[in-house]
Write a protein that binds this ligand. Sequence first.
Ligand SMILES: [Zn+2]
Length: 447
Amino acid sequence: MLMTKQLMHFLYNQDFLRNKPHRNLFNYDNPHQMRFLLYTALFLITNTYGIAKNHFPFDNIDLTLNFQKEILFIKAAYTHHWTTTDTDSIFFLFNTAYPIQKINCEGYISHQVTQKNGDPFSYLLIQIDKNKIKGKSTNFEFEYSIDLKKQNHLSSNWIELSLDKFWYPCYNGLGTRFTSIMHISNLPLGYTFYSYPHARFTHTENHTITIENNQPWYDVLLMAGKNMKEWKSTDTSLSIKFYAAQHQADSIITSMHQKVKDIITLYNSSFAAKAPIKNLSILLRNTKREEIGYQFYRPGLVVSGADFNSYGNLAHEIAHHWWLNADIINGQWLNEGFANYSMLLVLDKYDTTRRNSILTSYQKNSNGKGSVSGVTTFATNAYERYYYKPTVILWNLDQKIGRAKMMHLLAERIRVKADTEQSVLKLVQQIAGKSIKNYFFEQLKEE
Ligand SMILES: [Zn+2]
């Protein structure tokens, strides 16, 4: 389905926006915790399409969103299908900055805010009486509100309710995939709404829109920008579209477009020759990089900003088109390391100074921080171990076995869907031999 059909523009006579000072992403006072959460959110954001682990049918969240000036009132109905492993203590990931006004579910006894073993995020723990549950599924209903002045980016004419905000109750935490539907009313003045490219947008009576995502994902994605425009390349061989604020200079967009085109051309003509990108949308936020300091990828969509205009930034995100299916808790280095290695291929051609400085800094930052092998999302020095170090190790492998064999390795990883450490090691052995596999594995295990 074409993206243009799904992006809708609404006009309302409502004084929705006022200039307010910027607030941080999280309301945590502890800088260490905040840094950790930011890193954790960042990697999850860039990588949310792991292999399905949920049972069938998938859980579903039904979100009714009512904008009342700067306050967004939310009713969330989460339909959970019971499994044999469920107990009568049910965890929901929840942002403590959004206090709950109401919880309702079959067999409800009590709830509390707590944490889960090995997971740094806050949870709502709901105690229920399972004897009172009649069907195979239960609706958990929550009511809460988000003050967009405090918790979002209204001062930049930008709304972003995505994973980093943990703005929806998510059963059992970040590894759970679910379908979603949003019903949005009292849309703010002049805003264009964006979600997954594959989501279905419907405009109903009373100026309500619904955004339905039938493909289970780890998050519910909703973004909106005021006075946005669409920019399309005239190039017919590769369809690249940009969505940006009206005031964004076309010269920036054409400059980014040239880079995006160069990057995709390089990937499509090397490791991705048999699985090429044919079209891509790039959504440029209306914020500055100091305000939202990361980009992310969803199938067919890069969410970025005008001040991310470099080969390195764009190349990493676009590479997630192929490197995003490893487990988000246990296999993150296979996503981020390969995205970074792909980025180095681009810098190798377009910006060797940057390539060298990245390799030096990644080496320095990951040295002695622990192994890549076995690193989990919440491990000590996780970011250094799943993001920096594997990049250097993959580059070392490239220098040792040569570019042609590396491209073959990447192409095979895509073809056979090798998304675990074991399966990648197997491919390295097949393509470069046992001693190279051992050399590679030793580096992954190096503390
Ligand atoms: Zn990434």
